[in-house]
Design a protein around this ligand. Structure first.
Ligand code: HMG
Ligand code: MG
Length: 302
């Protein structure tokens, strides 16, 4: 069995994690969370979105946040942008990396960004061109890669079409989102297989929500195909306000524990990460969604 010997973790908690909370989290708390995540050794922290505050009020203040965070060398702080206006606002706030977010499902695309897939790709083409001209890296998301809350099944070829288009437009990495967390391992492999015919596997990331408890199994399945970039969220926070039924991302604690057990190195310190998870869970007043965090808290034998 072939597994990558190194994995990059993209921490999406401060964005995907907090965008779905019933009440916006104050900027001060979001910054403290980001600082703690950086302290744990994570080197990519997605920290906000420059979207319409009417659509996602939880991400309002991302400009203020980006200006206020103390940046550490070697750490990137990408933010989501849905259009040129979002890009300009992100640049004004000092963003050095942005992400655009398309979908493999027409209905989800319309619900999430008020436009169809092709229209969004056209809009993202302009965003990516402008960003690359300014030396800003762009990551591309494809949502609903293993199923859609409105359409149900999504074919691997539909995912491959959107992923390859984003890659051709200039995204350096394509993150494949199981937005509603409905996928299972063999379906995940079929989907990645189709995408990898058009986009190098080294440019693919897995972004799996854990609604049905399949995220780690799905990650393991696609890692065997060479996927070596994993998106995850501290304490398993997360969800998309426009994907009914979606729960949080796979917890970063779970990913670290699994990688460590398989001898795959990351530079992340689990106790410091657990501390970040405790911090945000206490603030939100809810139990962590991470089984690893819960086991460590109750000092279960390893
Ligand atoms: P629209 O209504 O079609 O756009 O929304 P519009 O141009 O008509 O503008 C509507 C309002 O938004 C106007 O303000 C604009 O000024 C404002 P109003 O006149 O109503 O006061 N506006 C903006 N404000 C701030 N920043 C901007 C901006 N653009 C317009 N950049 C739009 C289109 C794309 C803006 C909207 O649909 C939107 O913001 N959607 C974002 C939805 C979102 O953030 N979803 C969650 C992220 S995706 C996700 O979670 C999935 C992912 O995790 C992967 C996975 O799990 O699969 C990435
Ligand atoms: Mg997501």
């Amino acid at each position: 069995m072939q597994l990558p010997n190194k994995v990059k973790i993209v921490e999406v908690g401060p964005r995907d994690g907090l965008q779905n909370e019933p009440r916006p989290v104050p900027i001060k708390v979001r910054i403290e969370l980001i600082d703690r995540l950086v302290e744990s050794g994570l080197t990519v922290i997605e920290c906000g979105s420059f979207v319409s505050p009417r659509w996602v009020p939880q991400m309002a203040g991302s400009g203020e946040l980006l200006q206020a965070i103390g940046r550490r060398t070697g750490v990137s702080y990408p933010v989501l942008v849905p259009n040129l206006r979002g890009l300009e606002n992100a640049l004004t706030a000092g963003a050095r990396e942005v992400a655009v977010f398309a979908a493999a499902s027409e209905s989800f695309s319309r619900h999430n960004i008020n436009g169809g897939i092709d229209e969004s790709l056209e809009r993202y083409g302009e965003v990516i061109t402008r960003a690359l001209d300014l030396g800003i890296r762009v990551r591309g998301y494809v949502s609903c890669v293993l199923g859609c809350p409105f359409e149900g099944e999504i074919t691997p070829s539909a995912v491959a079409r959107v992923a390859s288009r984003l890659y051709e437009l200039g995204c350096y990495e394509i993150s494949l989102g199981d937005t509603v967390g409905v996928g299972t391992p063999l379906a995940a492999q079929r989907m990645v297989g189709a995408v990898a015919e058009q986009v190098p596997i080294s440019a693919l990331a897995a972004h799996f929500h854990d609604t049905y408890g399949q995220a780690l199994a799905n990650l393991f399945a696609v890692m065997q195909m060479g996927v070596a970039v994993i998106d995850s969220s501290v304490a398993g926070l997360g969800g998309c306000p426009y994907a009914p039924g979606a729960s949080g991302n796979v917890a970063t604690e779970e990913v670290l524990y699994m990688l460590d057990g398989m001898g795959i190195t990351t530079a992340v310190d689990l106790p410091t990460l657990l501390d970040a998870g405790r911090y945000i869970s206490a603030y939100l007043g809810k139990e962590t969604q991470s089984r690893v965090a819960a086991a460590c808290a109750s000092k279960l034998p390893k």
